[in-house]
Ligand binder design. Sequence first.
Ligand code: NAP
Ligand code: GLV
Length: 308
Amino acid sequence: MSIVYWSDAQRGQIWQAWLAQVAPDIDMYLWPETGDPDKVRYLVTWEIPDNLLTRFPHLEVIFSVGAGADQFTANQVPHGINVVRMIEPGLMDDMAAYITFSVISLHRGMPRYLRQQQQQQWLKHEAIAASRCRIGLLGFGNLGQASAQVLTTLGYPCSGWSRTQKHIEAVTSYFGDDQLADFLSSCDILVCLLPLTDLTRGLLNRDLFKQLPKGACLVHAGRGQQLNHQDLLDALDSGQISHAIIDVTDPEPLQADHPFWTHPSIWLTPHIASETHAETSVKVLLDNIRRHQQGLTMVGLVDMKRGY
Ligand code: NAP
Ligand code: GLV
C-alpha cells in the first residue's frame, strides 16, 4: 500500500522522512516517483491530475494539502473516491493569528495611524474598548472557531454565521440565510472564512455590504471569487465600508493596474493568511489513513455535492 505526494517538495520530504520512521508499512513517493501504480491507494495533492484512474487504478482517497477543496470539481473526482481536506493545528493557529492581527489593527485604527505617519502627523484618536467592537465570522467552521477562540479571550464580542447552528461558549451563533441580515447588522468587523461553493460565490457584494453598520470593516481570507471587486470599491468610496484587509483575490495575483494594489483603504496580502505546516499536518494525514484502514470516518471528509 502506498501514497503518492504531488505538491510542495520541501513539505513532501519532511512527511516522507517522518512516515518512514513511524509508519514503515506505508511507502510514500514524491511525484514523479510513484512506485508500483497498482499499490497506490492515497494521493496527496492540490490539483487532480488528468487520467487519474489510468495512472492509479486502485486509488481510494484524495487528500487536499490545504484546508479548501474547492479546487477539485465534482466531475474530476471518480465515483467512489473520497476527498479529504486538511484540518490541522498549524493551519488553524496561523489563521487565528492572521485574523487576530487584522482585527486588532482595524479596531485600534492602524490604517489611519499609518497614513498619519506618512504625513508626519502626531494625532491621537479616541480608543474604543474591545468590548464595543463586534466581530462577525462569516463561515464559522474550523478556522472561524479557532479565530473566535482567540478573539473572545481578548474581549471582542464575537458572532458566527454558518449553515447549521453552533454551540460555542461566548459566541452568538447565527445560521442559515434567514439569519444572515441579523448577523450582518451586528458586525463592526466582518471576517469572511467561507469555503467557495455555488452558494458563496459572489456573496461579498453590494447587497451584503449595505446590511453592515455604516463604516464597518472587512477582512477577507476565504476565497477570491466570493468578493465582487467593484462593489467593494463602491462601498469604500461611499464610506459604507471604511477599510478592507484582503488576502484572497480572483485572479491571484491581480493584474498590475488593479485598483486594489494602491487603494488607500485596502491592505492586500498574497494569500498568506495560513498554510499547512509540514510537521503538524503529517500526523493528521497518518491518523486519517489509519482511520480509513479501520473503516472509520476520516476527519475533514468533503461532501462533494455540498462543495465543502
Ligand atoms: P469549514 O470547517 O468547512 O467551515 C466552513 C464554514 O462555512 C462552516 O461553518 C459552514 O457551515 C459554513 N458555510 C459553508 N457554506 C455555507 C452557506 N452556504 N451558508 C452558511 N454557512 C456556510 O472550513 P474551514 O476549515 O474553516 O475553512 C474555511 C475556508 O477558509 C476554506 O474553505 C478556504 O476557502 C479558506 N482558507 C483560506 C486560507 C488563506 O490562507 N486565505 C487558508 C485556509 C483556508 P456548517 O458548519 O454549518 O456546515
Ligand atoms: C489555503 O488557502 C488552503 O485552503 O489551505
